[in-house]
Design a protein around this ligand. Structure first.
Ligand code: NAP
Length: 300
């Protein structure tokens, strides 16, 4: 099996050893006759933009969970699978749990300034409703972590498909109404862009926190800043942005109600993801079922 690797240049050293170990029968290459390749392993930042010459390729396997930068490529007619990696999901669940606990325990309240602030005892997790927008691989992993601590979790998804221990709805106002902490784990698609606009933000309870490690296009930046300035939202933790890196003059950098993290919430990890890639490559070669195929019409 000949497999073409296309990702940012540094990714080769990170990925090649793990991929070869997981799939020894694969010949992994960074270039060559496009017609000779059975599959492509892809991440943004690589050298393939035109997929048409890869006419014998049976699978394009993304190394990223989010596929918005490839899904609209008109030359891509081959099946596209997105990344589902247990290491990525664990990292995301830990990121979301950490920032949720900061919000829940009011960690920012206790400055080292000699003031004895004993007026507010945090409620138990069981009294702090959390809503997760997106009940996919990452939303479900995050929900499991938060449920284990005791948070009541509401989930929002397109289908409203049930998830054990989570009250799932496909109705956004219902999902937002009780959310003292809102975690957004939605893909970037035409349907999710600006979903969190002024009207949606206004549906959150006063004093809510917003944590967004999904995609920056979900949120109307100006509406978010207005909601923070008006005191309607308490704080926003943002990992993803419309422009990345976030420009130095963007107001998010300078707003006391915003915490910026630089798109580090969760990384695909070669050691846990390579076996997933190997299984999908073998499925593509044998004509078996390929997992995590992207639905082009939905965009995720
Ligand atoms: P996934 O498994 O494809 O799940 C996507 C979820 O979003 C599904 O529950 C889906 O609903 C829901 N959804 C999609 N469009 C919707 C809409 N218009 N309205 C309501 N719900 C909608 O994706 P995932 O693996 O969990 O990843 C989610 C996103 O996280 C990725 O797309 C990526 O953008 C982001 N991400 C960020 C980082 C980071 O480091 N910051 C790392 C990895 C991924 P259904 O269940 O009904 O299909």
């Amino acid at each position: 099996m000949r497999v073409r690797f296309s990702a940012r240049p540094q990714a080769w050293d990170e990925w090649a050893p793990a991929l070869r170990a997981a799939c020894p029968e694969m010949v992994l290459e960074r270039g060559g006759d496009p017609a000779a390749f059975d599959a492509i392993i892809y991440a943004p930042g690589g050298d393939i933009e035109d997929f048409a010459p890869y006419r014998n390729t049976r699978l394009v396997q993304s190394l990223w969970a989010g596929v918005e930068r490839i899904v609209t490529n008109q030359t891509l007619t081959q099946p596209l699978a997105r990344m589902v990696d247990p290491g990525l999901a664990a990292g995301m669940a830990e990121y979301c749990t950490g920032w949720t606990m900061r919000a829940h325990l009011g960690m920012d309240r206790y400055a080292q300034d000699g003031i004895w602030r004993n007026g507010q005892i945090p409620p138990l997790a069981a009294e702090r409703p959390v809503t997760i927008l997106g009940m996919g691989e990452l939303g479900r992993a995050t929900a499991r972590h938060l449920r284990a601590i005791g948070f009541p979790v509401t989930g929002f998804s397109r289908s409203g498909h049930p998830v054990e221990g989570v009250a799932v709805t496909s109705d956004l106002p219902t999902a937002l109404a009780q959310a003292q902490i809102l975690i957004a784990l939605l893909p970037d698609t035409p349907d999710t862009r600006n979903l969190m606009d002024a009207a949606s933000l206004g549906l959150l309870p006063k004093g809510a926190w917003l944590i967004n490690p999904g995609r920056g296009t979900l949120i109307d930046d100006h509406a978010l800043l207005d909601a923070l300035d008006a005191g309607h939202l308490a704080h926003a933790v943002l990992d993803v942005f419309r422009t990345e890196p976030l420009p130095p003059d963007h107001p998010f950098w300078h707003h006391a109600g915003v915490t910026v993290t630089p798109h580090i919430a969760a990384e695909t990890r070669p050691e846990t993801a390579a076996p997933v890639v190997a299984a999908n490559l073998r499925a593509a070669m044998s004509g078996g079922p390929i997992s995590c195929l992207v639905d082009r019409s939905r965009g995720y």
